[in-house]
Design a protein around this ligand. Structure first.
Ligand code: NAP
Ligand code: MG
Length: 497
């Protein structure tokens, strides 16, 4: 299969990985789809096919869920001590660290993101998440509830069981790790369905999972389409819980699909996050900070600062600064070390994002910078700043998921009114507030209806920080101690004395 062209700049180990005959991980074995079907994986920098992976369907989902069920109900995983579980998760972190460059290359070729970014963001965050959750494995406890001398009551926090996990393509490895690490720390068994656009790092991770020595069936990794593999997983009667990250639209389908056996659901969905610059902000930080808030990861972040609100007294300066940064970003293939911004993940996303820009212009927005395709092959879109937008426009209301920011000025000094405007969205994932005034910063932090508020920064993550959405941005939290509640049930035990 060495005929598939992979960028000549990548390491031979990475090229060899792409040229393999790829298999999914089910019940501790690497297997093709039951149907034998495969589907293509493209390099978004060129549009060329770089691999083929198995196309999982309902039968494969059923095999994986059955294996996970067995591993949970009677296998060694649920009987293993938390310390042993923690050690295995830590070992997986070590293996990932030992293969860091290879994973960053695979991610870059598969998703399009700069190799240099994957090396310093996706990979370290993934490794750290495994280590953070390895520590939690031994610290999941209940409490005693001394409400009466006649009874002895306590709670047990137990693993929820078999978990179906469905993830998107914007941070392929990191999203897999955000899901796997807490589920495994809690003692659950997992069937993970990765995004059709970006299956490669998860398939390589599957090899490390085997190498680390996880018992068969504890982690199953499926490659397949949303309708073919995601939907049967969300519906499956032997799945106790489904954890989903992706669009709000599909999140609603997941909720419907879960109704059959009322499986527990957690959702991490879209956003239309405001970045708000007050007149007293340190513009030396606020300008690059809000530019990075939208352009990081080609704008394909659920918490991207896609609505930029700037006080009128500094609007011109900020607009100029952000536009200059946008115009100066080096766009190119992710594997090129000079690249600062890669292509969008797929032709579909390219069409969607350019379609949004066109719709904005049709509705009266003006393009301050960018607005067009970059180059003539691959799925590159220029970093784009739109002005003269109005709250009712599609570009302001809907998640674009690309390098496109809508800039608006505000004149109000009343924080309630500024917050009302910032909160004027169906989403509530994140926001950033840029000011030197402590009181403004913390008042705004309270007024904003979102799961994360950043002050004088944006896109700062840590495994210890809970992340998730108010309103239609989701249910439950990823990371931190809170995510463990997604993967545990709480039992109250009461004994009469
Ligand atoms: P999506 O359709 O929500 O995909 C997310 C995951 O759900 C993928 O693994 C997908 O599989 C799967 N899926 C799709 N339909 C399903 C179904 N009926 N049942 C179960 N699983 C299903 O997102 P997308 O189509 O890739 O992107 C569309 C838009 O969603 C983006 O433009 C962006 O606005 C938003 N989005 C948000 C996030 C986020 O982190 N909040 C991430 C990605 C996308 P396949 O990929 O194999 O179809
Ligand atoms: Mg989709």
């Amino acid at each position: 299969m060495a005929t598939i062209p992979v960028d000549s700049r990548v390491n031979s180990k990475t090229a060899e990985f792409f040229s393999r005959q790829h298999r999914m991980l089910i019940d501790g074995r690497f297997v093709p789809a039951a149907s034998g079907k495969t589907f293509p994986v493209y390099n978004p920098a060129t549009g060329e096919e770089v691999a083929r992976v198995p196309e999982a369907e309902a039968e494969d989902v059923d095999r994986a869920v059955t294996a996970a069920r067995r591993a949970f109900d009677s296998g060694p995983w649920s009987r293993m001590s938390p310390s042993q579980r923690g050690q295995l998760i830590w070992k997986l972190a070590d293996l990932l660290e030992a293969n860091l460059d290879e994973f960053a290359e695979i991610e870059s070729l598969d998703n399009g993101k700069p190799f240099s970014v994957a090396r310093v963001a996706d990979l370290p965050l993934s490794i750290d998440m495994f280590r953070y959750m390895a520590g939690w494995a031994t610290k999941i406890t209940g409490s005693t509830l001394p409400f009466s001398d006649a009874f002895h009551s306590y709670t047990l926090r137990e693993p929820i069981g078999v978990v179906g996990q469905i993830i998107p393509w914007n941070f392929p490895l990191l999203m897999a790790v955000w899901k796997l690490a807490p589920a495994l720390a809690a003692g659950c068994c997992v069937v993970l369905k990765v995004a059709e656009q970006t299956p490669m790092t998860a398939l390589r991770l599957a090899e490390l999972i085997e190498q680390a020595g996880f018992p068969a069936g504890v982690v199953n990794i499926l490659t397949g389409y949303g309708e073919g593999a995601g939907a049967p997983l969300a519906e499956h009667p032997l799945v106790d819980k489904v954890a989903f990250t992706g669009s709000t639209e599909v999140g609603k389908l997941i909720v419907k699909a879960s109704a059959g056996n009322l499986k527990k659901v957690s959702l991490e969905l879209g956003g239309k996050s405001p970045a708000i610059i007050f007149p007293d902000a340190d513009l030396e930080r606020a300008i690059p900070g809000t530019a990075s808030a939208i352009f990081f990861n080609q704008g394909q972040c659920c918490c991207a600062g896609s609505r930029l609100f700037v006080h009128e007294s500094v609007y011109d300066k900020v607009l100029q600064g952000v536009s200059d940064i946008a115009g100066g970003i080096r766009v190119g293939a992710g594997i090129d070390p000079k690249t600062e911004m890669g292509p969008l993940v797929s032709e579909e996303q390219f069409d969607r994002v350019t379609g949004f820009i066109d719709s904005g212009v049709r509705e009266g927005a003006r393009v301050a910078v960018g607005g067009k395709r970059h180059g003539n092959r691959g799925y590159f879109v220029q970093p784009t700043v739109l002005t003269h937008t109005k709250p009712e426009m599609k570009v302001v209301r809907e998640e674009i998921f690309g390098p496109v920011v809508c800039a608006e000025s505000f004149s109000d000094s009343d924080l309630d009114r500024v917050a009302r405007e910032a909160n004027n969205t169906i989403y509530g994932l994140a926001a950033s507030v840029w000011t030197r005034d402590l009181s403004t910063a913390h008042k705004m932090a309270r007024l904003i209806r979102s799961g994360t508020v950043w002050i004088n920064c944006h896109n700062v993550f840590d495994a210890s920080l809970p992340f998730g959405g108010y309103k239609q941005s989701g249910w439950g939290r990823e990371m931190g101690e809170e995510v463990l509640h997604n993967y545990t049930e709480l039992k109250a035990v009461t004994a009469a004395l």
